[in-house]
Design a protein around this ligand. Structure first.
Ligand code: CTP
Ligand code: MG
Length: 223
């Protein structure tokens, strides 16, 4: 494998409701992070996995993941971007392709990991998996008044894993000023082209209780 995967897993999961940090919440009796790392490790290209965990749970996360795959676990930061930066700093010399993958996308198929990695390997500096936007999207102003309807055909919903040539991601993080919620956004600011590959509905981000219920169903169906 020529790929390192950074797994931001240090978020609280506020939108999921009260409880453990989201990466440690259970899905089919196992933490979301375990599901995510197991699927990453099943992708043949993946050589190294670095997890950014909640600082208070570092030891517990190491013990949790030891039987799943060989991983490095570091403390995450207050914002997702800081968690990714901490994980990036822990990648050993070697892998020249770096993927960033949300622990919250627990059921992401290994095939999507491979397709993102393959697109970087084929020469793209930055690659993101996307899906078409299905709902009509409106821009609203003061008082929830509609200002207009956005042309949906030009929009995409963005998932992870996002893939980068290592030097590009390192430069993007070093240059970052305002924290963003995705890594491709930092690369865009450098003026580096970012290309899209087809995403997967199974790579949904478990964000709200409905998503967790959907994921439970998908898992029971064999995912
Ligand atoms: N994440 C992280 N460090 C943070 C914030 C988020 O590593 N300081 C991670 C989360 O653990 C998750 C991914 O980034 O795997 C995507 O973030 P999100 O879905 O927003 O998770 P949370 O921030 O935990 O959820 P919420 O925003 O509802 O609190
Ligand atoms: Mg968040």
């Amino acid at each position: 494998g020529d790929v390192a995967v950074l797994v931001p897993a240090a978020g609280a999961g506020v939108r999921l409701g009260p409880g453990r940090p989201k990466a440690l919440r259970l899905l089919g009796g196992e933490p979301l992070l375990v599901h995510a790392v197991r699927r990453l490790a099943a992708a043949a290209s993946v050589h190294t996995v670095v997890v950014a965990a909640p600082a208070a749970d570092l030891v517990a996360v190491r013990e949790l993941l030891a039987p799943v795959a060989p991983v490095t676990v570091v403390a995450g930061g207050v914002q997702r971007q800081a968690s990714v930066a901490a994980a990036l700093a822990a990648v050993p010399a070697g892998p020249e392709i770096v993927l960033v993958h949300d622990a919250a996308r627990a059921l992401t198929p290994p095939g999507l990991v491979e397709s993102v990695a393959a697109a970087v390997r084929s020469g793209h500096d930055a690659v993101i998996p996307v899906l078409p936007v299905v709902d009509t999207i409106k821009e609203i102003g003061v008082g929830e008044r509609v200002l207009g309807t956005v042309d949906r055909s030009a929009l995409r919903a963005v998932q992870t894993p996002q893939g980068f040539r290592r030097g590009v991601l390192t430069t993007a993080h070093a240059a970052a000023t305002d924290p963003l919620t995705d890594d491709a956004g930092l690369v865009e600011k450098l003026g580096v082209p970012v290309v899209c590959v087809p995403g997967s509905e199974h790579a949904l981000k478990i964000t709200r209780p409905f998503d967790l219920a959907l994921a439970e169903h998908l898992l029971a169906m064999g995912r």
